[in-house]
Design a protein around this ligand. Structure first.
Ligand code: URA
Length: 442
């Protein structure tokens, strides 16, 4: 069989056998398949999809294309969380230390910001000296010693994903459920975890904006993870407005620190508590979700989650003075307000527009090689359902470049819809999907 025949079969709606997918991924990593054939294959998958068996075979082959963390020397189940990405989503910064403080082991390998959505590594690098480029040995040792680590994917972790992602980006084939599933899970399974909680976002700031698409992705992620032997649960959560108030890098670290000290915004605390409870349950550290939620809430309130974060920052070379005194974190020199033109209630927020504006101010990158300005960002001073008077602030814009600020102002002014009636409150967690091994609980 040849690549040409595999492309033809996928193009015509057929399926590939496990051995064929393995041979394809092996050929890709050995550099034997030209980009034009890989690109054609990706487009065929994008248009025709893959069934569960094919998606699992692709994920497994991508996982085995490189090295993996060996955490077998650490007692107990290793668990992690993956979010499909959003705006103001600083959950990981709070969740990993909180779960570690409750006895969990969390090897959190994270990504960087791209487009409108932020990235955990960029946020952490707001802390002067914080080092995310750890070796596999350093990652493992820190999980053993502190229960949690924040690291970047090393080049030998699921290298097939990097090769495929570069071409997916260039061929507009990113938004394919089997390709997203295999990309996310190959990297997560390479962490050597036993359980995975998936935070699949839906709403205007999400990658999968519609609830139907979010559910389809959540189902695919959970069933493929379980087929790979990783117990999985997905929560479908709201991203129709930013999580918390801060959007950016140092401002999100600051809000995460407040949350770790028991003073976080309600929505962020709720999501950390819900996801943390799922992780503790997957790790077998609590008998049910109710106890899990209580344990997470307690470690935020009693300072143990913050102390664990402090130890992680120190271990990864970060300046702990900057998390003890957040005034030392990078700050933008300039600020301005976006005010409401009318009185009423916030009916909706164009969450993607806020993420894109923060990115354009310098908080994110349009291309991987762009340089981040850690001090800039936005603070949402009104959220959906809040009352506002004409002339009162909706947003605080933190910036360093007046031209960039002027360029994003119209989009920020248009992002809020104010109406006469208060909209109905919507739940933050829309649904929970559990794999077969977790199905008995809700
Ligand atoms: N995140 C990933 O890691 N891969 C995708 O394909 C999409 C989001």
């Amino acid at each position: 069989m040849s690549m040409q025949e595999w492309i033809e079969r996928k193009r015509d709606g057929g399926t590939l056998a496990r051995e064929e997918i393995e041979a394809l991924v092996a050929g890709l990593v050995r550099g034997e398949i030209p980009d034009y054939q890989t690109a054609a294959f990706l487009m065929a998958v994008y248009l025709r999809g893959m069934d569960e068996a094919e998606t699992t075979a692709l994920t497994s082959a991508m996982l085995r294309s490189g090295a993996a963390l060996d955490l077998s020397a650490i007692a107990g189940a290793k668990v992690d969380k993956h979010s499909t990405g959003g705006v103001g989503d600083k959950v990981s910064l709070v969740l990993a230390p909180a779960v570690a403080a409750c006895g969990g082991s969390v090897p959190m390998i994270s990504g960087r910001s791209l487009g409108h959505s932020g990235g955990t590594l960029d946020k952490l690098e707001s802390i002067p000296g914080f080092r995310v480029g750890l070796t596999l040995d350093e990652l493992c040792a820190q999980v053993a010693d502190l229960g949690a680590v924040f690291g970047a994917a090393t080049s030998d972790l699921a290298p097939a994903d990097r090769l495929l992602y570069r071409l997916r980006d260039a061929t507009t084939t990113v938004a394919s459920v089997p390709l997203i599933t295999s990309s996310i899970l190959a990297k997560k399974a390479a962490e050597g975890i036993d359980g995975l909680v998936l935070d699949v976002k839906t709403g205007s700031g999400a990658f999968m904006a519609s609830p139907r698409a979010a559910r389809e992705l959540a189902r695919s992620l959970v069933s493929t993870a379980e087929r790979l032997g990783v117990r999985a649960v997905a929560l479908i959560t709201d991203m129709s407005q930013p999580l918390g108030a801060a959007i950016g890098n140092s401002v999100e670290v600051l809000e995460a620190i407040e949350t770790l000290r028991g003073k976080g915004p309600r929505d962020l605390v709720e999501l950390v508590t819900r996801l943390g409870a799922e992780m503790l349950l997957l790790a077998g550290l609590v008998p049910d979700l109710r106890v899990g939620r209580r344990r997470i809430a307690r470690c935020l309130a009693d300072g143990s989650a913050f102390r664990r974060f402090h130890s992680i920052v120190a271990r990864q070379g970060g300046d702990v003075a900057a998390i003890e005194n957040v005034g030392l974190l990078p700050r933008a020199d300039l600020h301005t307000l976006i005010e409401s033109p009318v009185s009423g209630y916030v009916r909706s927020i164009d969450c993607r527009a806020l993420g894109a504006a923060a990115c354009a101010l310098g908080a994110g990158r349009r291309r991987m090689e762009d340089v981040i300005d850690h001090g800039v960002g936005l603070m949402c001073m009104r959220k959906v359902g809040d009352a506002v008077e004409a002339g009162e602030p909706l947003l605080l814009v933190l910036y360093n470049d007046a031209a960039r600020c002027a360029a994003v102002r119209p989009a920020l002014e248009a992002a809020y819809v104010i109406g006469a009636e208060r909209p109905r409150a919507r739940p933050l967690v829309r649904a929970r999907l559990a794999g077969a091994t977790c199905r008995e609980r809700s």
